[in-house]
Design a protein around this ligand. Structure first.
Ligand code: ATP
Ligand code: MG
Length: 349
């Protein structure tokens, strides 16, 4: 058995994990920065980089200690190289490069979104990874910064099928929550509140439904804002608004995922990323997939939001394929900054 030490620092979680070459999770440590950013209603990039700097070393040490091993027993390092915030990515990458260089270990650069999707293959003592999808499969990646559909031909090999043209689904959840006065990040609060509301109470748009595999969520956010402005004297319960906004997002995600499977003639569908924690999305996706004769694979909640286990899992596969860097080639490991860096600051706006 070989062990991969994985490091993730693309946004507001400092994470490290030890994962085996068979994607078995030996440890998984996540230090969240939510309290640092909550008062601003969104991630502040400079604060995020500074928090990574102080957290990275203890988090790596904790991951090694939880896995019951030392650096001497680690065979490779995997690290997120993007997409993400430049300053944040640099902290993880420099840590990973330093360990790889001083220990003479191979370094595997890993794409964050491909790793979210690959997390479905992680196994651990809590029984994750019991039934795994067959390649090729369709993946819906829904997170704070991304919403996309892809065909996955091999671990880390994603063929794009559709993506959001504006806000990500997680952003839509967070912005609706902020307009409603719920705490940051709001996705989980909408989820909880929505369970008590009527999803059909308020008519909200289903943007781009039936129009290809791209997404758009900014119109929904605006519709919620107008509804809130016009509803002062006629305030339905917050729960109804949460349930209705959630239903609009879920309707679009479910319909386009099924359509992608139909177009590709594929039966296995993976749902990954932070928004895949959403209980309504999980229920609806399972039901709709079963009805359509498809198999929906929902990433376990502990591997949906940012973590390093997913980086280690995909890193193990890339290492086996010979995609690691070593020695002087380490210089080639470079970060891939997110294409929309300002989106992070505005996420809570
Ligand atoms: N139960 C839930 N319902 C809806 N949204 C949720 C839930 N739990 C988490 N989220 C959302 O998931 C997002 C965070 O996911 P994740 O950690 O994967 O995003 P990120 O890493 O910040 O973005 P990216 O992966 O695109 O770089 C937030 O927008 C959060 O509100
Ligand atoms: Mg993420």
């Amino acid at each position: 058995m070989s062990r991969i030490l994985a490091i993730e620092s693309s946004c507001d979680e400092t994470a490290a994990a030890v994962v085996t070459d068979e994607r078995r999770v030996l440890s998984n440590v996540v230090a969240t920065q939510i309290p640092v950013h909550a008062r601003y209603g969104g991630v502040v990039p400079e604060l995020a980089s500074r928090s990574h700097l102080t957290a990275i070393r203890p988090v790596v040490e904790q991951a090694l200690s939880d896995a019951g091993c030392t650096l001497d027993e680690v065979d490779a390092i995997a690290v997120t190289t993007g997409p993400g915030l430049a300053g944040c990515l640099l902290v993880g990458l420099q840590m990973a490069k330093s360990i790889a260089w001083t220990r003479g270990l191979p370094l595997v650069p890993v794409n964050h979104i491909a790793a979210h999707v690959d997390a479905i293959f992680l196994s651990d003592e809590r029984g994750a990874g019991a039934v795994v999808p067959e390649l090729p499969y369709v993946a819906l990646a829904v997170s704070g910064g991304h919403t996309s559909l892809a065909r996955v031909d091999a671990p880390g090999v994603l063929v794009p099928l559709g993506q959001t043209l504006d806000d990500a689904a997680g952003e839509a959840f967070d912005k609706v929550a902020k307009m409603m006065g719920l705490p940051y990040p709001g996705g989980v609060h909408i989820d909880r509140l929505g369970r008590e509301g009527d999803p059909a109470a308020i008519a909200l748009p289903r943007p781009m439904l039936g129009k290809g595999l791209d997404f758009s969520f900014s119109g929904l956010k605006t519709a919620v804002r107008y509804w809130l402005e016009g509803a002062r004297d006629d305030w339905a319960s917050q729960a109804d608004l949460a349930a209705s906004a959630q239903e609009a997002i879920v309707d679009v995600l479910v319909a386009k995922s099924l359509e992608a499977c139909r177009q590709q003639g594929l039966r296995d569908l993976v749902v990954a990323g932070g928004v895949a924690c959403n209980s309504r999305l999980r229920d609806r996706m399972l039901g709709a997939a079963a009805e359509a004769g498809l198999r929906a694979h929902l990433t376990p909640a502990r591997y949906c939001t940012d973590n390093a286990a997913m980086i280690g899992g995909l890193g193990a596969m890339l290492l086996a394929r010979g995609e690691a860097l070593q020695g002087m080639a380490l210089r080639r490991a470079d970060i891939h900054v997110t294409q929309r860096p300002t989106r992070r600051v505005r996420r809570g706006a």
